[in-house]
Design a protein around this ligand. Sequence first.
Ligand code: ADP
Ligand code: MG
Length: 393
Amino acid sequence: MKKTIQDFDLNNKKVIIRVDFNVPLKGKKILNDNRIKQSLETINYAIEHNAKVILLSHLGRIKTEADKKNKSLAPVSKRLSKLLNKKVIFSKDTRGEKLENKINKMKNKDVLLIENTRFEDLNDKAESKNNEELGKYWASLGDIFINDAFATSHRSHASNVGIAINLESGIGFLIEKELTKFDLVLNNPKKPTTLMLGGAKVGDKIGLIENLIDKVDYVLIGGGMAYTFIKASGLSIGKSLLEEEKIDFCKKILEDYPDKIILPIDSVLAKDLKSKVTKEVFINEIEEDDMALDIGYKTYKLFKEHLEISKTVIWNGTLGMTEIDKYAVGSIKVCEALKNIEAYKLVGGGDTAGFVINNNYEDIFDHISTGGGASLELLSGSKLPGIESIDEK
Ligand code: ADP
Ligand code: MG
């Protein structure tokens, strides 16, 4: 078990918290402050326990000096101040005397936010390559390190691993919650368990399939990735997504788990993405110039039958090209069905979580991971370096 923020006496301590403030920005406008809100519990806990709170986060990617202009955390500092109802001290410097002076002047319960950690990437990718000196330097600014940035915990960066190896460390409430929810579905799921997969590429999901296939009872496969499986089963898929180099993998899975893998039996097709005309056909009726962009109604019914008998549902990958409304129908219908299904339901993956939230299906699910790539790594059974590097209890 990893130490958590609750395992430390924070009174009078300088507590460095790695948060995830990687919010979508348009200019200086924050389009969605969900990520800031999700870190409030940990920040407030540290304030309530009399800590001096030092916050670190990245925002986007910094490759050139010009990138800094629109990737500053200054707007986040303002929003955080509003949400905490409290002054937030902002340091434009990611290191140096001015930053150190600001920290030295902090009183208990003060909150200081340091500018985007990736500004350090202009210095030979010091942050993203976990430069040893940088991790040590940031660690020297505090007494205790708390990692609460789940979405970057699959990366080994100076602002997570680099600090953790130099300080006493624990996880925050957000990471603790993510780990608890994943532990439930991965290690102790109620049976039957169904894994519902979609998305564009088989290649993105191989680790996940390999890790989960023996643990789950059914694997429902929709989305673009289904068509490499369908091709592997010997049918024509027209212009639908195909990963030639993954056909052998798909064949092997279909051979080894013939009863577990449930593939689409019909599809919504168009001649191209812009086409207004669509048709719905059986899976063996796809013509050469057709492109499959969503599951059909019969597939939805088939998926629903399996979901209805499941006690645990793990979902990653949208079942159609959901960026276009008419190809979101399959995924919407499945969400509607899930409303009435009593199972433990978890969603992982950035696009899938975005789809669920944008369509107001949040309430149906027991957990929607904020993790994106990190959630896929967990489902794939990989260890996350940002969490591995944290002290054990
Ligand atoms: P996550 O980010 O949650 O892991 P993915 O990125 O794997 O999810 O899946 C979402 C993406 O899959 C979307 O961009 C969607 O357009 C794409 N997708 C789903 N079905 C199809 C399809 N039939 N053809 C092409 N792309 C598809
Ligand atoms: Mg994605």
